[in-house]
Design a protein around this ligand. Structure first.
Ligand code: CMP
Length: 505
C-alpha cells in the first residue's frame, strides 16, 4: 500500500504527463507538430518525473537532480522548437518562408542549451559559478582556437544568410568565370562551373570578396564589350557598325537594343564600349563568343581594323605592301572565277577585270547576307563554305520555307541584279563562309559585251523562279492537308465528346 503523499505525487506527475501529451495531440491536430517528436515525449516524461519527485519532497536527492537537469535541458530544446514551428516558420503565411535563416535558428538553439546547461550546473547540480564559468571559458577558448577557420566560415555564412546577396540557381562571377549557386551550408557554398564541375567555396571567401550576381535568368543583364578602333573612323559610323553587329546575335533581348559608346582614348585607338542585353545567364561564354565574333565579321566587312601600335600601322601602309596585297587578292579571285561554270567561256582579260573589282567578304555562321524584300544590285559567288536560301512562309501561316543550299562556286543575287526587283529570298550563312561580291556597276558593261553571260544568268533566273514556285505550291498543299486533317480530328473528337456526354474545351 503506497504512502498517501507518494500516491498524490505520482497522480500529479501523471496529470502533468496527460496534460502535456494532450497539448501535443492538439498541436498535431493544428498541423504544428514540434519538429522532433521524440524530444517532446522525453521532455514530458522528464517533467512528469520531476513533478512527482518534487511533490514527494525529494528535492536535492540524486534522482531529483538527474530528472530536473534533464527536464531543464529538454525544456530549452522544446521551447526553441515550439518557437520555431509557431513563430519563425510563420504558419499563418507559409508562402513567405521562415522569418529567420536556418543557420540563425541553429545558433539560437545552441545558445539556449549552453545557457540552460550553465544554469543547471549552478542551481541544480550546485557547482560553484566561478568554477563553471572558468571551465566553460577555458573550454570556449580552446574550442575557439581549434575551430578558428570553421567559426570564421560559420559567421560569414550567417552574414550571407541575413544579407542574401544571392539565392539558389543564381549565376555569380567568380575569378572571372560564371558559376551557378547550388546550395549553401554552414561552412561553404556549393557551386557548379560551366564545365559541370562542382566545388565548395568557403563562406568567408565569398563574404569578403566583391560579388557579381547575374541572377537566375529572370531579369535581363547587360554585358559590356570593349573594342579599340582607329582614330580615322568617325565615332558615329563606328557606333552604328558595332550596334548593327550586335543586332543579329542569338540570345540578345529585342526589348533592350544594343548601344555603343566612346569609352576613352587609347594611345593608338579609340576605345568603344558596346552594351548588349541578354537573359541567357547560363550561356554567358557562348554569348560573349557570338558578340566578339560578330564584331570581327562586321568590322572586317566595313574595312575597319583594330589598330596595331602606330609605328606598325605606318610600316604596313607602305604603297608597295598595299600593291602586293591587292595583287595577291586579285590572283585568288581570278583562280576562283576561272573555275566557275558561269565564267568558263570568258576571255582572260574579262576575268581579270571582274577579279580586280570583286570584293571577298567573310560571314559568321547564321549571319544574314540579305533579307527577302531588301533592295540589291550585286551578284554573289560562294568562295568558301555554304549559304542557305529561304523564303518567308508568313502568307501561308508557316515558318521559313527552305529553297536551296548553295556551296563553293554557286552564285546568287542574279534576280535583283538583272530585274531591279527587291531580293526574292533571304540568304544566310550556313557555317562560316566567304563570298565574292560583284557590284552591278562593274558587271553592267560586261553583260553588254558578253551576251552569253546575260543568257546564263537569265536561264538561272527562270529555272530558280520555277523551282521556288513549285516549292511554295507544295508547302501550300501540305499546309491545307494538315489543316483539313486537324479540322476533321476536331470534329470527330467533338462527336465522341457529345456522344459520351464529356465536357467540351
Ligand atoms: P535575288 O532575288 O537577287 O536574291 C535572292 C536570291 O536567292 C535570288 O536572287 C537567287 O539568286 C536565289 N534564289 C531564289 N530562289 C532560289 C532557288 N529556288 N534556288 C536557288 N537559289 C534561289
Amino acid at each position: 500500500m503506497p504512502h498517501p503523499p507518494t500516491l498524490l505525487a505520482v497522480s500529479a506527475g501523471f496529470g502533468v504527463f496527460v496534460v502535456l501529451e494532450a497539448l501535443y495531440a492538439l498541436l498535431v491536430r493544428l498541423g504544428q507538430r514540434p519538429r522532433t517528436a521524440w524530444t517532446y515525449h522525453l521532455w514530458v516524461l522528464a517533467i512528469a518525473c520531476t513533478t512527482t519527485l518534487t511533490l514527494r519532497d525529494d528535492l536535492g536527492s540524486q534522482a531529483w537532480r538527474l530528472s530536473a537537469s534533464v527536464a531543464a535541458l529538454l525544456t530549452a530544446v522544446v521551447t526553441v522548437s515550439l518557437v520555431d514551428s509557431l513563430l519563425i516558420q510563420r504558419p499563418w503565411a507559409p508562402t513567405k518562408g521562415p522569418a529567420l535563416p536556418k543557420l540563425a535558428l541553429d545558433v539560437l538553439r545552441a545558445v539556449a542549451v549552453v545557457a540552460t546547461g550553465l544554469l543547471v550546473a549552478r542551481s541544480i547540480l550546485d557547482y560553484p559559478l566561478p568554477a563553471v564559468l572558468v571551465s566553460s571559458t577555458v573550454l570556449s577558448a580552446v574550442v575557439g582556437l581549434a575551430l578558428q577557420d570553421v567559426l570564421k566560415n560559420v559567421f560569414a555564412g550567417m552574414a550571407l544568410e541575413l544579407e542574401k546577396p544571392f539565392s539558389r540557381g543564381d549565376w555569380l562571377l567568380l575569378d572571372g568565370s560564371p558559376v551557378q549557386v547550388l546550395d549553401t551550408s554552414w561552412r561553404s557554398v556549393r557551386l557548379r562551373s560551366n564545365e559541370g564541375v562542382e566545388f565548395w567555396e568557403p563562406n568567408a571567401n565569398l563574404s569578403t570578396s566583391r560579388l557579381v550576381n547575374y541572377g537566375s535568368g529572370v531579369s535581363p543583364v547587360a554585358l559590356n564589350f570593349h573594342v579599340g578602333l582607329p582614330y580615322e573612323a568617325p565615332p558615329a559610323q563606328v557606333k552604328r557598325v558595332l550596334e548593327s553587329a550586335a543586332r543579329s546575335i542569338p540570345g540578345r533581348l529585342d526589348s533592350h537594343p544594343p548601344t555603343a559608346f566612346v569609352d576613352h582614348y587609347e594611345e593608338s585607338s579609340i576605345d568603344y564600349k558596346l552594351r548588349v542585353w541578354t537573359q541567357d545567364v547560363a550561356g554567358l561564354s557562348q554569348f560573349k563568343d557570338s558578340v566578339y565574333s560578330r564584331i570581327w565579321y562586321e568590322l572586317s566587312r566595313r574595312n575597319l581594323h583594330v589598330p596595331y601600335p602606330v609605328r606598325t600601322v605606318q610600316l604596313q601602309r607602305t604603297p608597295t605592301d598595299r600593291g602586293v596585297q591587292r595583287e595577291r587578292k586579285a590572283r585568288d579571285h581570278r583562280r576562283l572565277l576561272k573555275s566557275l561554270a558561269l565564267f568558263r567561256d570568258l576571255e582572260k582579260e574579262t576575268i581579270d577585270r571582274i577579279a580586280n573589282s570583286a570584293r571577298r567578304v567573310p560571314y559568321d555562321d547564321g549571319e544574314i547576307l540579305f533579307r527577302e524584300g531588301d533592295s540589291g544590285d550585286s551578284l554573289f559567288v560562294v568562295a568558301e563554305g555554304k549559304v542557305l536560301v529561304s523564303k518567308s512562309g508568313h502568307n501561308l501561316g508557316t515558318g521559313e520555307i527552305p529553297l536551296a543550299s548553295l556551296g563553293a562556286g554557286d552564285f546568287f543575287g542574279e534576280m535583283s541584279l538583272l530585274t531591279g526587283e527587291p531580293r526574292s529570298a533571304t540568304v544566310r550563312a550556313d557555317g562560316p563562309c566567304d563570298v565574292l561580291v560583284l557590284a552591278q556597276r562593274h558587271l553592267a558593261p560586261l553583260l553588254e559585251e558578253q551576251p552569253e553571260l546575260a543568257e546564263v544568268l537569265s536561264r538561272a533566273v527562270v529555272e530558280r523562279q520555277a523551282r521556288t514556285e513549285a516549292t511554295v505550291e507544295d508547302r501550300r498543299d501540305r499546309t491545307a492537308t494538315e489543316d483539313l486533317a486537324e479540322g476533321s480530328e476536331h470534329s470527330i473528337l467533338g462527336k465522341i465528346r457529345t456522344f459520351f456526354k464529356l465536357a467540351h474545351d
